[in-house]
Design a binder for this molecule. Structure first.
Ligand SMILES: NC(=O)c1ccc[n+]([C@@H]2O[C@H](COP(=O)([O-])OP(=O)(O)OC[C@H]3O[C@@H](n4cnc5c(N)ncnc54)[C@H](O)[C@@H]3O)[C@@H](O)[C@H]2O)c1
Length: 260
């Protein structure tokens, strides 16, 4: 088992890639704190893990609240006896507009892409250091590697994540704590339906059939398909495991060659 005896947290773990990661990490031997605002789905993920003989803890709350972003670390460490890794996966598309931007949506995007990640990381560092080292993983995006013309605020935030990861990797190297980012391309989750509905040159005005838009979006990827949440979970598993012991400060695209 690739995460035997490890203790970790996944945020936004009730759906999509976070859920796939939580299930996979538990199967690989980790005890997992499952953090998300969606109580029913958190409980379903925890139930699935425990039914398969794994260990998981439900952490239900709003990651926009600093106290909750800290509490997920404290509660996981208390429940399982320490902390080895965190996958800061939570994020938000933010506003599509620049002119006429909705600043409340901007604040939400910055809180969920950056602020909560910072607060959780601040609380996690001493816990991971106390174990003699570990791994921090962050979800950026291909929009954190190349500019997204239809989501500039999202690019702003995700470039921020990549910068944070590179800086953290240097700062935390003496503590044997690795920091990496995963940069997904279009992955088939509920959030992808938000992105594909945004106006861009490829889209006819008024075209609202999201499934048709997803097929069209997939055609723009060199591999001609969207990614599956499990394909991101596989890459996350590698970056969080000891197999990646000399990998830190990386921003790994998992995108069907979209940014190649
Ligand atoms: N889906 C994609 O194509 C794609 C591509 C690149 C990057 N990403 C990034 O992946 C991450 C999540 O994506 P996904 O596609 O797995 O998402 P998803 O839509 O499947 O799930 C998002 C989860 O976040 C939770 N959430 C929302 N607001 C919250 C809050 N305030 N507090 C706690 N939990 C909250 C939701 O309840 C939901 O379970 C984000 O960081 C996103 O920017 C997604």
């Amino acid at each position: 088992m690739r995460l035997a005896n490890k203790i970790g947290i996944v945020t936004a773990a009730a759906s999509g890639m976070g859920r796939a990661g939580a299930l996979r990490f538990a199967k690989e031997g980790a005890a997992v704190g499952v953090a998300d605002i969606d109580q029913g789905r958190v409980e379903a993920v925890v139930a699935e893990i425990t039914a398969a003989g794994g260990r998981a803890l439900a952490l239900v709350g709003d990651l926009r609240q600093d106290e909750f972003a800290r509490d997920i670390v404290r509660r996981t460490a208390r429940a399982f006896g320490g902390l080895d890794f965190v996958w800061n996966h939570v994020g938000h598309p933010g506003p599509a507009a620049i002119e006429g931007i909705d600043m409340a949506d901007y604040e939400l995007a910055m809180d969920l892409n950056l602020r909560t990640v910072l607060v959780t990381t601040e609380t996690a560092i001493p816990e991971i250091r106390a174990r003699g080292g570990g791994a921090l993983l962050f979800t950026a995006s291909t929009s954190g590697l190349v500019g997204s013309g239809f989501s500039p605020v999202y690019s702003m935030a995700k470039f921020g994540i990549v910068g944070f990861v590179r800086a953290l990797a240097k700062r935390l190297a003496p503590d044997n704590i690795r920091a990496n980012a995963i940069c997904p391309g279009p992955i088939d989750t509920p959030m992808l339906r938000v992105f594909v509905a945004r106006p861009d040159q490829q889209q006819a005005p008024g075209d609202q059939d999201k499934e048709a838009l997803i097929i069209r979006r997939a055609q723009q990827v060199p591999m001609r398909r969207t990614g599956k949440p499990e394909e991101i979970a596989n890459a996350a598993l590698f970056l969080l495991s000891d197999e990646a012991s000399y990998v830190s400060g990386a921003a790994l695209p998992v995108d069907g060659a979209a940014t190649a």
